[in-house]
Ligand binder design. Structure first.
Ligand code: PMP
Length: 412
């Protein structure tokens, strides 16, 4: 592979279409030249449990997965996947609207309807496609999407695909959101898109206030609960449940790639015309459906997540303990108090962030190194995401690792 930032010679004066990546290629080459292990090419050689793996030949505690509820090795989940693989084969080889809807896809949608207490559920092949599909299909040319500036890439891409007018507002700023809504021309279609938990800093949205304002201005509301499902709210339905506003949300988007522990995405809704989406939503129609084993594991996991209050309580304990311990040791965190299962540690710059990431890996701890454009305000973050299967002792071990690495790199 030519990793150099030198232009590749071309016929005539046509530009090398890769030249726009030169600054990134250079930044990456400089970072690796400093001797640091590539943070974006780690391989899990073996996965021992939801919280432990072998990485680079070393036993490593996993603190950078989205396996919040630790369902990936749940015996019932694994067994249902094996059974579906044996009974229905390895894949559907088709779209949901042709040959790709199996019994398991229906059962998965039934589990979602029950989990959220909603009339309709539509399963997509990923959460990315769920946002892409729903947003682009309901908000088209001439419609307005009002969204938080820190929204996930799949939300922005959904707006772009639908060709809607995009109206971003400052992160979690209620007044800024209302101001934007007021400026939208009368009679235009309006969709407000919010997230329950924002995944970079782990902070939650003031959904109650924001949704009340959105409704007052006649907007429909979509909430992405990717990082709260299974954990936040009395029944694990998310931040909208926790803040008592489930009935005012028109669409909830979620994913199977986090608490559910497999892959896939979904939208649930009470909109009476929702089922028409199956015919008009291109990222649903023009792609293959999930394999039978995947929807079987998802359905089993979702049903088990309905009755998981003890695990939810333990995950909150873990989050509080890690947040408190890191703060006491002098780290700068993304939130003053723990608001979710994500605890973000703010690094002074990419170089020290990468060095800290590597020092932690050497200690035997994996966290996510997050950098722009994924992060807000150009921040470099070490994102810790906790699992309900982390023991209290593991959290103590993690804190010791952070302390040693933080002192060695000069962060604390
Ligand atoms: N929405 C949010 C807020 C996310 O963080 C993510 C994934 N990180 C997605 C959607 C997409 O989910 P998936 O992994 O299922 O594509």
């Amino acid at each position: 592979i030519n990793q150099s930032d030198q232009p590749v010679a071309r016929e005539g004066d046509a530009p090398d279409l890769f030249s726009k990546f030169d600054p990134l290629i250079k930044q990456r080459a400089d970072l690796l030249a400093s001797g640091i292990e590539d943070p974006f090419s780690l391989v899990m050689e073996r996965v021992l449990s939801p919280t432990q793996a072998i990485c680079n030949g070393r036993e490593t505690i996993l603190l950078g997965t989205y396996n919040y509820m630790g369902m990936t090795f749940d015996p019932d989940v694994v067994e249902s996947g094996k059974q579906a693989l044996a009974d229905f084969g390895s894949g559907t080889t088709g779209s949901r609207v042709l040959n790709g809807t199996y019994q398991g896809h229906r059962e998965c949608e039934d589990a979602l309807k029950e989990f959220y207490g909603m009339d309709h559920a539509m399963v997509f092949s990923t959460g990315y496609q769920a946002n892409l599909g729903i947003i682009s299909t309901i908000a088209g040319k001439g419609d307005y999407v009002v969204l938080d500036i820190d929204s996930h890439a799949s939300i922005w891409d959904g707006c772009a695909l639908g060709n809607a007018e995009i109206v971003p507002f400052k992160h979690n700023d209620i007044e800024a959101m209302e101001k934007r809504l007021k400026r939208i021309p009368e009679g235009a279609g309006k969709l407000v898109v919010l997230e329950g938990v924002y995944s970079m800093l782990g902070d939650i949205a003031p959904l109650k206030e924001m949704i009340a304002i959105a409704k007052r201005h006649g907007a429909m509301v979509l909430v992405d609960e990717a990082h709260s499902m299974g954990f936040i709210g009395e029944n694990g339905r998310g931040v909208a449940e926790d803040q008592g506003v489930m009935d005012d949300v028109d669409f909830i988007i979620g994913t199977f790639s986090k608490s559910v522990g497999t892959v896939g995405g979904f939208c649930v809704s009470n909109h009476p015309k929702f089922e028409i989406m199956r015919l008009v939503c291109r990222p649903y129609v023009f792609t293959a459906s999930l394999p039978p084993s995947v929807v079987a594991t998802a359905a089993t996991s979702i049903r088990k997540l309905m009755h998981n209050a003890d695990k939810r309580a333990h995950l909150w304990e873990n989050s509080r303990k890690l947040h408190k311990g890191l703060k006491e040791r002098g780290f700068t965190l993304g939130t003053d108090v723990p608001q979710s299962a994500i605890v973000a540690v703010i690094m002074p710059d990419l170089e020290r962030g990468a060095a800290m990431w590597e020092a932690l890996l050497t200690e035997g701890l994996y966290v996510n190194l997050a950098r722009p454009p994924a992060t807000p305000a150009n921040m470099t973050l070490l994102r810790c995401s906790l699992c309900a299967e982390h023991t209290s002792e593991q959290v103590d071990t993690i804190l010791g690792m952070f302390e040693r690495a933080g002192k060695a790199i000069g962060i604390i």
